[in-house]
Design a protein around this ligand. Structure first.
Ligand code: TYM
Length: 329
């Protein structure tokens, strides 16, 4: 059985992009893969944080993932499993500055004020490679914004193997969903939907109420043309394309099928149908999340059990990696 690993930053309640790009796929893969899913709290320190908020957001994200169908025995938080940090350090010394300099996500996040960002933000992709390779995972379900990081992880694995003269780390294969690999902001169809966008109107989060979802979809930016009947008509219309993509992904239909239903109509009826569909799919997740959040002790114990299982897989692998680099054990 192939081993699957994936992670999400607990920097806020997961949004529709996280759900369609990653989480929904995770839930499906559990049936026939050996899966580990991680709340990457160590990655969340790469941008300014508050300890209390991080704690609350980690619990919130845990509840949300469980509510979205993630098996409790496969979920844990990264900092509870020291293998991540141990292998992360080795990879800091295998990875090359030239490789990290190419990472577009660092450039986007650091913006113009690079000098003032944490060193962690810069070496983050090395830790991400360690997250996966500490488990010898071979399949990684992610949205397409993570593809460059996965290429880097493969470069690191290959260099490690080459330098140590072994075939120790396997090749990683990204699993990107065919639909909705990149869900865009509801306010700007050229920007990715993101937890860090200052406008809450730009994203639907998995705990939004029915009214919030309907309001966000109603206010979602569109243009003045009716919906086209063919896909080609969406080419220069990023906001319309994004909403059609979301509709198709959530309903598990093709965008062409959606356009054959709504083509020629204005956005009014389409938005009403989309809001209704989203409420129907997401409301049960929101209800279950708030139920789970009432029992913090239970959530902590789920994460603790998940971490024990994760340790039992990763520790022998990272012990071996440490021996290979020449650490005395
Ligand atoms: P994060 O927390 O930004 O996002 C979690 C997952 O959601 C996907 N995603 C999206 N998919 C479609 N449309 C969007 N707008 C969208 N926004 C986010 C991401 O691609 C991701 O799959 N570096 C990772 C976390 C990480 C990780 C790992 C992932 C750490 N270690 C090891 C895989 C394997 C991140 O910041 O994801």
């Amino acid at each position: 059985m192939q081993r699957v690993f994936s992670g999400i930053q607990p920097t806020g309640i997961p949004h529709l992009g996280n759900y369609l790009g990653a989480i929904r796929n995770w839930a499906t893969l559990q049936a026939d893969h050996d899966c580990l899913f991680c709340l990457v709290d160590m990655h969340s320190l790469t941008m300014p944080w508050s300890p209390q908020t991080l704690r609350e957001q980690t619990l919130g994200a845990a509840a949300c993932l469980l509510a979205a169908g993630i098996d409790p025995t496969r979920l844990y938080n990264q900092s509870a499993v020291s293998a991540h940090a141990r292998l992360g350090w080795i990879f800091n010394c295998v990875s090359r500055l030239g490789w990290l300099n190419r990472m577009t996500q660092f450039k986007d996040k650091a913006g113009k004020n690079r000098e003032n960002h944490s060193a962690g933000l810069y070496v983050y992709p090395n830790l991400m490679a360690a997250d996966i390779l500490a488990f010898h995972a071979t399949r990684v379900p992610v949205g397409d914004d993570q593809l460059q990081h996965l290429e880097l992880a493969n470069d690191i694995a290959q260099k490690f193997n080459h330098d140590m003269g072994v075939e120790f780390f396997p090749k990683i294969e990204p699993l990107v969903p065919p639909a909705a690999a990149r869900v865009m902001s509801l306010r700007d169809g050229t920007k990715k939907m993101s937890k860090s966008d200052p406008s809450a109107q730009s994203r639907i989060v998995l705990t939004d109420t029915a009214d919030e979802i309907a309001g966000k979809i109603r206010r979602a930016k569109t243009d003045s043309e009716p919906l086209p009947s063919e896909m080609a008509g969406l080419a220069e219309r990023p906001e319309a394309r994004n909403l059609v993509t979301i509709y198709a992904a959530v309903s598990e239909r093709t965008p062409a099928d959606i356009l054959s239903e709504f083509g020629g109509q204005g956005f009014g009826p389409f938005k009403n149908a989309l809001a209704e569909l989203l409420v129907q799919k997401l409301a049960p997740i929101a209800t279950e999340t708030s139920r789970l959040l009432q029992d913090e002790t239970h959530l902590l114990s789920v994460l603790r059990t998940g971490a024990e299982r994760a340790r039992s897989v990763a520790d022998p692998i990272v012990n071996e990696a440490e021996s290979l680099v020449g650490f005395l054990r």
